[in-house]
Design a protein around this ligand. Structure first.
Ligand SMILES: [Zn+2]
Length: 104
């Protein structure tokens, strides 16, 4: 197995919460808009982006470390309410899907 095993077509990013590298597609892009952290699931918003797993744990870690403020070069603390809500909804939606699949 020499360096040719897998094409490195999928770009990796570091989660600002748990600091683990993951495929860009597994992470949620976050941008700062008017002092708020805004989720950018499509990756289309302009400006600097930070990447985090769409999970409460990673979000909490990132908030505690002020990782968003640093990663997005924000002048002050960023509001993460919208982001938190987005992650909550995404997580709930996933759980619902799993529950539906489990039902015979
Ligand atoms: Zn993470």
């Amino acid at each position: 197995m020499s360096g040719r095993t897998r094409a490195r077509a999928c770009p990796e990013r570091t989660c600002v919460g748990c600091r683990q590298r993951a495929a860009k597609t597994e992470l949620l892009r976050v941008v700062a808009i008017e002092g708020e952290c805004a989720p950018d699931p499509r990756g289309t918003l302009p400006g600097r982006g930070a990447y985090v797993h769409p999970a409460q744990v990673c979000l909490d870690l990132a908030v505690r470390r002020r990782a968003f403020t640093r990663a997005l070069r924000a002048p002050g603390a960023l509001d993460t309410k919208a982001l938190r809500l987005y992650v909550e909804q995404t997580t709930v939606a996933e759980q619902v899907t799993v529950a539906e699949q489990a039902t015979p």
